[in-house]
Write a protein that binds this ligand. Sequence first.
Ligand SMILES: NC(=O)c1ccc[n+]([C@@H]2O[C@H](COP(=O)([O-])OP(=O)(O)OC[C@H]3O[C@@H](n4cnc5c(N)ncnc54)[C@H](OP(=O)(O)O)[C@@H]3O)[C@@H](O)[C@H]2O)c1
Length: 345
Amino acid sequence: MDDQAFAIADDGVDPRSVPGRTLYDGAEMPAIGLGTFGSDRFTPEQIAQAVIGAASVGYRHFDCASVYGNEDMIGGAFRRIMEGGLGRDELWITSKLWNDKHSEGDVIASCEKSLADLQLDYLDLYLTHWPFPNYHAPGCDVDSRSPNAQPYIHENFMRTWSRMEELVSRGMVRHIGTSNMTVPKLKLLLRDAEIKPACNEMELHPHFQQGELFRFVVDNGIVPIGFCPIGSPTRPDRDKTAADTVDIEDPVIVRIAERLGVHPAVVCVKWAVQRGQIPIPFSVHRNEYLGNLRSVVSNPLSDDEMSEIESIDRNCRLIKGQVFLWKDGQTWEDLWDLNGEITPG
Ligand SMILES: NC(=O)c1ccc[n+]([C@@H]2O[C@H](COP(=O)([O-])OP(=O)(O)OC[C@H]3O[C@@H](n4cnc5c(N)ncnc54)[C@H](OP(=O)(O)O)[C@@H]3O)[C@@H](O)[C@H]2O)c1
């Protein structure tokens, strides 16, 4: 493909200079992507426009999901990008299976729908969005519970996973992976999967570094993708609690941002790439998504700065998942297997 066919803006970043991460099968994915969840604040049209804008400044990796309710609009953006001359093989596109589609009969159909909406022949990566098969309405309050909610049942998850594996053998997706997993759940999956997960998407930002899960994932040849890399400062109010801390107000992050002359958000993104996870920051604003991408190709943070950021972990999980709880009297911690074992049903 002719590199010049899809011109990069003069102030953009050459995608060839953006580092890649190598998956266990040798495939390479860009070390930063654009998130596409509008957090109820941006329309699908605005996000599709951001996808086109991001591609034109050098992004090649896009993190989508059926539940974000915008894949059909983003599909139009991908078509325009490819009509502009960019080859499908130059893009890395991820989508995710939503929780009410875990049944054996639903997995293939859900992926087909995402492919149709995104106007693609295949996905580079398809993730199980959550390990719980529990429906909740988009935008519902954190106190809402599904009457049919279930705990994690490994045999059931493996039935879903075998359909995910079938997507690979059918050529609909190149890689499969997980999201919102824990070490004990991943151990079982690694034991029983025919195709092991290539990536695990997990919440990762300076105030929530998940050291144990991060190391487990890396040690097992799984690439960590970090969501909410900036600490999702403008997430919906329903996802905020009084105890939550704010990464971009942390004095360590602010001081490094002042040294670099950038917004503290950019420091979070830069730290993420340098640590070894793939951040997927969201923004519809050109100056923001361009700044985030530029941070990846500029001078690295010093070893002292990396150590300082490591020391500000607050174990502050933002996306707690309360709506997936399956019985009365539970707290969100029950979803995350904090004592090292899967919380029994
Ligand atoms: N797998 C999962 O379960 C899961 C869960 C959550 C998210 N995700 C994925 O992760 C992506 C990112 O998460 P997120 O959107 O919640 O949080 P985030 O990327 O941590 O934060 C996004 C917000 O940060 C601000 N921002 C971004 N770049 C900035 C910059 N350079 N300077 C100043 N502010 C900046 C923007 O605020 P303004 O809009 O106000 O400018 C933007 O809305 C999502 O879009 C989605 O693709 C996945």
